[in-house]
Design a protein around this ligand. Structure first.
Ligand code: KG4
Ligand code: ZN
Length: 338
């Protein structure tokens, strides 16, 4: 074991993915995932009870697989980390209790990790050089927030959505358009052949530099589609999807770079499932190179929920000597910095 790069197993069960990863410091050793998407798809969204039970079924064999892929035995671990919150209570409890039991049985330190900190630090797993001070856009199914990362472990939330998260808006609108679940990847695919300027969907909260609102967009899309369908003037669904995606991407990019400019940082990062969106990645790259700032976005499979990001955030805290008591519990609405 090295003090600088402890070997940590991380467990992520905050929502509908059982994710387990092993890292040595910020070096990725393994990352395995059991997605429950198929089990939730017929309900059009995540069913908490189904999620918790699926985590129970997957967690033990995935832990074995993560260790085997890393070429390690559980006795090689220097610590165990798990997502403490935010998330669904039943789902969180499964991973948290399993991780605490493992740490207790191995007599190794335990670290409870904020899910958002995992997403925030995920760029480190893909690229060397990601470091504070930075502005990070975190956009997922549950969160949309612009964070000023002042130093390791020191985060200020500059702004966030006042209603739906970006991924939630994409999921809901895709469902209305009949594109299936999860909606983000479906809209990404559909938009590829569409015209982003076909429909002028609203860009909300122009007067608030770092905040977002996506619920109006959803209403506007539904109204537009109904009216134009009745009139027989509805453009191709690919055009509607591309226009909707452009409206979401526009505000995400604009507010992120409002923060980059105001904070004067030279490093910008991205995390969360929506960051897998190809148009968003392209636009962030264009804006970053135009300003001469460095952009760090994780590989796609590290943008969505995964255990490796939790392992790495846990390893970083362990290196700073921070551990979590085995008597601690999950926290469904854990805030960043708590
Ligand atoms: O980070 P994540 O896996 O889970 C949460 O913590 O929420 O994010 C899931 C969200 C979903 O809303 C999904 O539709 C969205 O990320 N997403 C995407 C893409 N891939 C996943 N959104 C847009 N484009 C994508 N390619
Ligand atoms: Zn997430």
């Amino acid at each position: 074991m090295s003090d600088e790069s402890p070997v940590v197993l991380g467990i992520e069960t905050s929502c509908d993915e059982t994710g387990i990863g092993v890292v040595a410091g910020s070096k990725l050793l393994s990352n395995v995932l059991a997605s429950q998407v198929d089990q939730h798809a017929r309900f059009g969204g995540v069913v908490p009870e189904v999620a918790a039970r699926a985590h129970v079924e997957a967690i033990r064999y995935l832990t074995h697989r993560a260790l085997a892929q890393a070429g390690l035995h559980q006795s090689d671990l220097d610590g165990v980390a798990a997502t403490r919150g935010p998330g669904l209570v039943g789902a969180l409890v499964v991973g948290y209790a399993f991780a605490k039991s493992l740490a207790w049985a191995l007599d190794k330190p335990f670290v409870g990790v904020n899910h958002l900190e995992g997403h925030l630090l995920a760029p480190m797993l893909s690229n060397a050089g990601f470091e504070p001070p930075a502005v990070v856009l975190l956009a997922s199914g549950g969160h949309t927030v612009v964070i000023h990362m002042k130093a390791w472990g020191e985060y200020e939330s500059l702004g966030a959505t006042i209603d739906d998260a970006a991924g939630e808006a994409l999921d809901k609108t895709a469902r209305f358009l009949g594109l299936g679940y999860p909606g983000g990847p479906a809209i990404d695919r559909e938009a590829e052949s569409g015209d982003p300027a076909a429909v002028a969907f609203p860009r909300a909260l122009a007067d608030r530099p770092y905040d977002f609102s996506f619920s109006g967009l959803k209403t506007s899309l539904i109204t537009y589609v109904r009216e134009h369908r009745d009139a027989g003037t509805l453009p191709a669904i690919s055009d509607v999807a591309a226009s909707l995606q452009e409206a979401v991407v526009d505000v995400l990019v604009e507010k992120t770079f409002n923060a980059v400019d105001a904070m004067g940082v030279k490093v910008v990062g991205g995390g969360g499932g929506v960051m897998a969106n190809r148009r968003l990645r392209q636009r962030l790259e264009e804006e970053s190179s135009a300003r001469g700032v460095k952009l760090f976005i994780p590989d796609t499979e590290l943008c969505t929920d995964n255990g490796a990001m939790i392992a790495m955030a846990g390893a970083q805290r362990l290196t700073r000597g921070e551990t979590t008591d085995l008597g601690s519990d999950v926290s469904v609405s854990l805030r960043l910095g708590a």
